[in-house]
Design a protein around this ligand. Structure first.
Ligand SMILES: CC(C)(COP(=O)(O)OP(=O)(O)OC[C@H]1O[C@@H](n2cnc3c(N)ncnc32)[C@H](O)[C@@H]1OP(=O)(O)O)[C@@H](O)C(=O)NCCC(=O)NCCS
Length: 143
């Protein structure tokens, strides 16, 4: 089940899945105080096993009313069960009702297939984020 969670609740999975066990306080993104930010978690019983964060930020070459997705991560023991997809779909419903026109992200190259399954398309050349690896920008238009 997908629910709203706090920033603090995202940190253990961010650390484990996205930051190689970095201290929790170092897993806070500079964008975590952005306008309209919200965090979603997929609950497997009491445990949060998939997370993502959404906030208003336009992509430079796109229209206004864009939302950026960051910190998408599913616990490896729960990968492939549709939890990440459930979070994106929950956010799409929520953001469509707030009249967002698109969602975009820096997608790790290894996750491109996941985003494509959810209707995102690649909109940039490949670029490197030091310490993390190759990425592309991807976008999903919302109706
Ligand atoms: C990428 C990630 C978020 C996917 O989460 P998940 O909960 O396992 O994904 P889901 O089970 O909801 O997958 C939805 C669909 O995408 C597919 N998919 C998932 N990960 C994929 C990948 N890396 N490449 C290709 N397809 C993928 C699934 O097979 C599924 O397809 P289906 O609808 O045909 O069954 C997760 O694997 C993860 O946390 N990876 C490590 C961190 C990471 O790369 N995060 C993204 C940062 S940009």
């Amino acid at each position: 089940m997908v629910k709203y969670i706090t920033l603090q609740e995202t940190l253990p999975l961010r650390s484990k899945v996205l930051r190689n066990g970095l201290k929790l306080e170092q897993c806070i993104f500079p964008t975590d105080d952005s306008e309209g930010i919200f965090h979603l978690g997929f609950f497997s019983g009491e445990e949060i096993t998939s997370i993502a964060t959404f906030f208003w930020e336009d992509y430079p070459e796109q229209a206004v009313e864009g939302v950026r997705l960051r910190g998408m991560a599913t616990h490896p023991d729960h990968a492939g069960k549709g939890q990440g997809a459930a979070i994106i779909n929950f956010a799409v419903n929520e953001l469509s009702s707030q009249n967002a026109s698109y969602m975009w992200c820096n997608a790790r190259k290894i996750a491109i297939g996941f985003y494509e399954k959810l209707g995102f398309s690649i909109i940039s050349a490949e670029f490197d984020i030091p310490g993390i690896g190759p990425h592309v920008n991807m976008i999903k238009h919302l109706s």
